[in-house]
Design a protein around this ligand. Sequence first.
Ligand SMILES: Cc1cc2nc3c(=O)[nH]c(=O)nc-3n(C[C@H](O)[C@H](O)[C@H](O)COP(=O)(O)OP(=O)(O)OC[C@H]3O[C@@H](n4cnc5c(N)ncnc54)[C@H](O)[C@@H]3O)c2cc1C
Length: 331
Amino acid sequence: MSSGLSDGVLVYSEYDEGVIHPVAFELLGKSREIADRLKVEVWSVIIGYRVEDDTARELIYYGADRVFVYDHPRLVCFDPILYKGVLVDLVKQVNPSVFLFGATPLGRSLAPRVAAAIGAGLTADCVDIQVDECGDIVQIRPAFTGNILAYIRTSSRPVMSTVRYRVMRMPSRDTGRMGEIIRLIPMVEGDLSLKVLGRISRRSIDLTKADIVVAGGRGFKRRSDLKMLEDLASLIGGVVGVSRPLVDEGWMPREHQVGFSGNTVKPRLYIAFGISGSPQHIAGMRGSEIIVAVNIDPSAPIFRIADYGIVGDLYEVIPKLIEELSRIKRV
Ligand SMILES: Cc1cc2nc3c(=O)[nH]c(=O)nc-3n(C[C@H](O)[C@H](O)[C@H](O)COP(=O)(O)OP(=O)(O)OC[C@H]3O[C@@H](n4cnc5c(N)ncnc54)[C@H](O)[C@@H]3O)c2cc1C
């Protein structure tokens, strides 16, 4: 069934228990730019249970002209098969020109399923999307482990991408913006592909949202030495990040990894201890506001992007920092 709508730039807004993932707002900001160039509307779709109008309206405040809401008890938890069915149905109804997802674990699971079902291509992990002089969409993503940027044009429609969190600018929230909330009936009949028996909240860190990241690399000699890093992080309200070798060693869980194959972070302050500054690591933290590097090797590449550099041994620098910061805090 056709809705009479067509060509809008559609953003999937990840939603869980009343909260929209902020990557959706970043995508709406980028979609606004694309849509203004193409002279089309910006749409957003939200799937869940008990999705309030006030929640959907937030998407309008960040740039959507229309928000499609699918609200049903069977959509309360992410079910890749059910969610895919809902989105495929929406694409058939509204025929978007572009369809964007956050490159979150959920988005990375859902977007390929939708793309395969509608016969579209998908560019994963984009860091930018542009409209060229002919009005074609160009998807930009790192290639060859982050050493080059690939500019990708695709002829399939809609143009589908997953986009990394915290690489796009967060648009401002404009409560004066007007838009339409459209509630649609989801097709959720048939056997559930997934039976949710219960939910257990796991206390997990979200490096991508941290304002301060205190990161360690192979300069650390033993796993137990990372305790210093944790102490420093908790002293200054930061979160511990690591380079990939420490994750590969099993010293830290993968959710702490910064870089090309880990998290992209954009904190106000990033302190790197014993990290050389490989292209793959820098790909995940170069957007940090202030970068401080501590390394014994004055020629370490990390110093080329650091705002402040200390040539020194982390085993001396960290205890001194902890001591001095504790003293300041006591005063
Ligand atoms: C496909 C692919 C994806 C990758 N993805 C990632 C990724 O997401 N994130 C990532 O980090 N890496 C990634 N890598 C790995 C990357 O190429 C590097 O190997 C890695 O970033 C190096 O980590 P490091 O800087 O901790 O170690 P090293 O390069 O070994 O650097 C250690 C540094 O510590 C310094 N040092 C030693 N002792 C001390 C001391 N006592 N005090 C101070 N400084 C000291 C040394 O001078 C050196 O500069 C990826 C690689 C590939 C191929």
